[in-house]
Design a protein around this ligand. Structure first.
Ligand code: V1P
Ligand code: CA
Ligand code: ZN
Length: 393
């Protein structure tokens, strides 16, 4: 068998809720909650559950959600009924409020339960870190970074990340939030815009006219007024199509290394959206499982309490590969998964056209033309370095 056992003196906790995975956004919607089931089955097939503390997370309470969201919004979210007939893409219902009910944020059966379970997993993970019961806490069902205080956006209704970071801030003086989803982490950036206790950094595809949500330019660094404590505490790394593992790792290690040195976070929250992988249905990058995972490995080496969230990811078999690999990195058994491939994985047919884990020679998806020049990447590092001159831990 896999021979995976619990590492000594080092705890990883895994938080999930099988009820959450049963929800449906609709046939044609790219967000598929069952990708969580697929990820988990891959993780469990490798025997990784023996190396972690496994928890079925609870649903967050109304009061917990209200630490960030407005009660008007929560009340509406809790009472609004699913639409009887799915509307077509462009036909927005003018009666609906809070950006609910469009094609991105449809009203589906059990919506409130789905949202509160996502936030419950993230909160449970945060609490395991603050109580020192976990060194790394994993909540793949969270990571819904676009939700605002009183508005749904981009498949996100409740911002579980903000709720979880607020919990970390009850005990931690400074939290570093890093977002490697292909989209800009706008909701989290906005929530902590005016504080110097949270630094937000998002790496994303940026094209203000043609790529959602259109925000996150290089010079978007928090409030422009130096009097506001939040100024210089939002960092953005806007990228073009086709970025490779090597370029991404160079940027990530340089930028995050500098931030950790200057900002001195006492905890790290990492959103691991898997839509930055090559071959993603909505994404544009050329990242492989190894390059995506290298970000998790780098954060782990910082030796700080680490919360791992999920996020986007629209080619389910690749989402499962990335999150299973990153779970293996968290527990330190990544070397073992390469020489052991379980033959009885449920959902094995999802991987039938290629191997379970692509080796370094195999790549996910059709490679895209790389539109990121070394010159531009250096400019971005330079800009971040300049911002950090204003930051004092
Ligand atoms: O582009 C848009 C909006 C809709 N237009 C009026 C502009 N929406 C995007 C939303 C992407 C959300 C990503 C979420 C996350 O960051 C975190 C979970 O990954 C969008 C796209 C797209 N290609 O960007 N919506 C859809 N596609 C969509 C397609 C089919 C059915 C429903 C939505
Ligand atoms: Ca991002
Ligand atoms: Zn995304």
């Amino acid at each position: 068998e896999s021979g995976i056992t619990k590492p000594k003196g080092y705890n990883v906790s895994f938080h999930c809720n099988p009820e959450m995975e049963k929800h449906h956004f609709g046939m044609t919607h790219p967000m598929k909650p069952w990708r969580l089931t697929l990820s988990k089955s891959l993780i469990y097939s490798y025997g990784m559950s023996f190396a972690m503390d496994n928890y079925i997370s609870r649903a967050a309470t109304y009061e917990e959600l209200a630490t960030f969201h407005s009660t008007d919004y929560l009340d509406f979210l809790g009472t609004v009924l699913p639409e009887p007939v799915p509307r077509d893409l462009e036909n927005q219902n003018p009666d609906l409020k809070f950006n609910l009910g469009g094609s991105d944020c449809p009203l589906f059966d059990g919506l409130y339960d789905y949202c509160s379970m996502s936030a419950g997993g993230a909160l449970d993970a945060a609490r395991k870190l603050v109580s020192h019961q976990s060194d790394i806490a994993i909540a793949w069902g969270g990571g819904l970074h676009h939700a605002h205080k009183a508005e749904a956006s981009g498949f996100c209704y409740i911002n579980d990340i903000v709720v979880a970071i607020l919990e970390l801030l009850r005990y931690h003086p400074r939290v570093l939030y890093i977002d490697i989803d292909v989209h800009h982490g706008d909701g989290v950036e906005e929530a902590f815009f005016s504080t110097d206790r949270v630094m937000t950094v998002s790496f994303h595809k940026y094209d203000p006219n043609n790529f959602f949500p259109g925000t996150g330019a290089l010079d978007d660094n928090g409030p422009k007024s130096e009097q506001n404590p939040g100024s210089h505490h939002a960092l953005n790394v806007p990228l073009n199509d086709g970025i490779t593992d090597e370029q991404y790792a160079m940027l990530f290690d340089t930028i995050i290394g500098q931030i950790v040195e200057k900002f001195r976070p006492t905890a790290i929250a990492l959103q691991c959206g898997a839509d930055s992988l090559a071959g993603d249905r909505l994404g544009r990058f050329n990242l492989q499982v190894q390059g995506h995972g290298a970000c998790v490995a780098f954060c782990k080496r910082m030796n700080l309490p680490l919360l791992l969230f999920g996020g986007g990811g629209y080619t389910p078999r690749n989402v499962a590969r990335a999150w299973a690999y990153e779970t293996a990195l968290a527990v330190g058994v990544d070397d073992k998964i390469n020489d052991y491939i379980p033959s009885h994985t449920p959902w094995r047919d999802q991987f039938r056209h290629d191997t379970l884990f692509p080796t370094l020679e195999q790549i996910l998806g059709e490679p895209r033309v790389n539109r990121n020049t070394q010159k531009r990447l250096q400019e971005m590092i330079q800009h971040v370095t300049e911002q950090l001159r204003f930051v004092q831990a």
